[in-house]
Design a protein around this ligand. Structure first.
Ligand SMILES: NC(=O)c1ccc[n+]([C@@H]2O[C@H](COP(=O)([O-])OP(=O)(O)OC[C@H]3O[C@@H](n4cnc5c(N)ncnc54)[C@H](O)[C@@H]3O)[C@@H](O)[C@H]2O)c1
Length: 254
């Protein structure tokens, strides 16, 4: 599917990887529905007036996501896909200085990263399934965001890794469920990318991550994630898989 003149929902589209995806998709001629608690930067709309819709949306809320899709389709036309990026980070050892890890924190990370992803995927897929098929009987595509922490979880990443392992595990069953509707499903597992999610980390931790990346020997640029998301829409044979995008990084324990 080519992105021009299609409407795509982007969760987490107000920052980092999601915002870069929204900008790239707008440049390709798509319209974007932004599912984010925060508003997108005004510069995203410049030059693309009438092709961006946002209302404050919590990805874990059924009501918020339903209402966003309904209003977004009213304004921008039939939904053809979703790039699901909204997520939060959390670091805590299972047994640390203050005792056992917080169960509330674990629940919260699963709620936003895994349940929020599934909530957006199911409601977007329902909307996409109602529309006419295009070339090759395709109705649309979903791209979900895991992390290499799904496979190489570091010390303190239990909650985050579990949430992202869950997202990676959704790729095949969702692709199989949605095949009858002509909807493809893929997952991108990014390595380490330069985004606001990394604003709070120490220079020491940042340097240790960069040291571990074989090539290119730097953090990823958000548009490199967006470029793969674009390809996942354009290549109809790509389905039911998780793609690592990590410069061959295999994270060590810390
Ligand atoms: N940056 C990286 O190196 C990296 C690596 C691997 C995976 N990821 C994953 O990529 C995704 C995007 O990360 P990023 O680096 O762009 O982060 P970011 O913090 O820049 O952006 C995340 C966005 O998600 C939104 N969000 C958070 N909780 C939400 C909720 N409940 N409802 C709606 N919106 C919500 C935030 O408002 C924010 O705009 C995340 O799922 C993250 O786990 C990032």
């Amino acid at each position: 599917m080519q992105l021009a003149n299609q409407t795509i929902l982007i969760s987490g589209g107000s920052s980092g990887l999601g915002a870069a995806t929204a900008r790239r998709f707008l440049d390709q001629g798509a319209s974007v529905i932004i599912a984010d608690l925060a508003s997108p930067d005004v510069t995203m709309v410049e030059g693309h007036e009438g092709r961006v819709f946002h209302q404050p949306t919590d990805v874990t809320s059924e009501e918020d996501v339903r209402s966003l899709i309904a209003e977004g389709e009213n304004r921008l036309g039939p939904l053809r896909g979703a790039v699901i990026c909204a997520g939060i980070a959390h670091a805590e050892r299972i047994v640390g200085r203050n005792g056992a890890a917080s169960l509330d924190a674990f629940r919260k990370v699963i709620e936003v990263n895994l349940i929020g992803t599934f909530n957006v995927a199911r409601l977007a897929a329902k909307a996409i399934s109602k529309h006419e098929p295009m070339a090759d009987e395709e109705r649309g595509a979903l791209v979900m965001t895991a992390s290499i922490a799904a496979f190489d979880g570091q010390i303190g990443q239990a909650a985050y890794s579990a949430s992202k392992g869950g997202v990676a595990a959704l790729a095949l069953p969702l692709a199989r469920d949605l095949a009858r509707h002509g909807i493809r499903v893929n997952v991108i597992a990014p390595g380490v990318f330069e985004t606001p999610m990394f604003d709070g980390i120490s220079d020491e931790f940042r340097d240790s991550l960069i040291q571990q990346i074989p090539f290119p020997h730097r953090l990823g640029h958000a548009d490199e994630f967006a470029a793969l998301a674009q390809h996942a829409f354009e290549n109809i044979m790509l389905n039911g898989t998780t793609l690592r995008l990590d410069g061959a990084l295999r994270m060590a324990a810390k």
